[in-house]
Design a protein around this ligand. Structure first.
Ligand code: GLA
Length: 367
């Protein structure tokens, strides 16, 4: 009898963990099945997420008239994500953004990574976390937990790394993203989500009229291959000053700014003003036409604000929309790019016995 109760207890726990079964979303070429989960709240907000790359495929949220539309770029089918995507909605890892020349030294040992972007390492390498099928740990109406074990030396990174992450949709229209990781050898780690937001709804306009505000008075300046020079430069008096809200398009082509020229617009990490390690609101985006507003909070030291400068129109996304330059914007909360080679940046080293823990939230409202 006792065992019977125990069995029922574990079964019910398991049923609770999987109270959201999701929907089949196709298979990878290797035959792994992918499932798409819909998180929903009572306010009518929905977030669709798949366990391939942990990709956020849709975020449906109301405008000021209550019209619910999609505010992220992406595709209708898994095959399109597998074929060619600029990281739409994906988790990037083991190391988000660039590492100079695809090399870093840790504890006196040099590691070599894929240098697939202009001779630099980008977003975890050739088959980064964005292209892995993650294990579904638990799925309910309002949350999804995924895990992935990255083997020692996968994509050149040392240590068996165990990652667990959870997406949670709250009743106040906030999508929370939390990550946890441990390793059995010292390694470097920089996880982020690469959603391209477009608050116009269903990507019907580019993002140039949208207003952005970032709580950062310094920029992580870059060189011509978008690797940090090591300097944190004041944004004051430059097109990078978003301490007060600014329309994205206003200064994006201001070629008197060397950093604008180097980035081809905005493609930089802002060094956030909040105290190190603290969790705070760090940025907002507002679309004056639809009234949609997004507030970003994080405990990370930086945010990569990228305005889709490399989107060149060769992809057609959901709703049949051609994805042209500046059709979406990313606010990737993260440690500064190239931190493994920059002794003065906050450390991205994770050692055995330590737990990497971080969270970010995107909250939607109207104004
Ligand atoms: C990041 C980088 C950009 C670009 C995109 C992906 O945000 O900073 O330069 O590589 O990812 O296309």
């Amino acid at each position: 009898m006792k065992y019977c109760f125990l069995a029922l207890f574990f079964l019910s726990q398991n049923l609770f963990a999987m109270s959201n079964p999701g929907k089949p979303f196709g298979q990878t070429p290797a035959g792994e099945s992918v499932t798409l989960y819909t998180l929903k709240n009572a306010k009518g907000m929905e977030v669709h997420i798949m366990n391939y790359g942990g990709i956020i495929q849709k975020i449906l949220t109301p405008d000021r008239h209550g019209k619910v539309e999609d505010v992220v770029l992406g595709f209708e089918t898994l095959q399109e994500y597998i074929k060619d995507t600029p990281y739409f909605g994906a988790i990037v890892g083991r190391f988000g953004n660039r590492i100079a020349n695809g090399k870093f030294t840790l504890d006196g040992k040099e590691y070599t990574l894929a240098a697939q972007n202009n001779g630099q390492h980008l977003h975890g390498g050739l088959i980064g976390f964005d292209k892995k099928v993650w294990k579904v740990e638990a799925a309910s109406a309002q949350s999804l937990s995924l895990s992935y074990v990255s083997k020692d030396m996968e994509e050149g990174f040392p240590g068996n790394l165990r990652v667990k992450m959870t997406y949670t949709l709250s009743e106040d229209n906030e999508l929370g993203i939390s990550y946890e990781a441990t390793t059995d050898k010292a390694t470097v780690l920089n996880l982020s989500n690469h959603s391209y937001f477009n608050l116009s709804g269903n990507a019907k306009r580019d993002i140039l009229n949208q207003e952005v505000q970032i709580d950062a008075s310094r920029l992580v300046a870059v060189n011509k291959v978008l690797i940090p020079t090591g300097e944190l430069t004041p944004v004051n008096g430059t097109p990078f000053d978003f301490t007060k809200p600014h329309v994205v398009g206003d200064r994006i082509n201001d070629t008197s700014s060397e950093q604008i020229v180097l980035g081809g617009g905005y493609d930089h990490c802002w060094a956030l003003d909040k105290p190190a390690g603290s969790y705070a609101k760090i940025a907002t985006v507002h679309d004056p036409v639809s009234g949609r507003k997004m507030t970003v909070s994080t405990d990370q030291p930086g945010v990569q604000f990228y305005t889709g400068n490399f989107l060149d129109g060769h992809l057609t996304g959901k709703y049949g929309v051609q994805i042209t330059k500046r059709h979406g914007l990313c606010l990737e909360t993260e440690h500064f790019p190239d931190s493994p080679n920059q002794p003065n940046f906050p450390s991205t080293v994770l050692r055995p016995g330590e737990v990497y823990k971080t969270k970010t939230a995107y909250q939607f409202s109207v104004n």
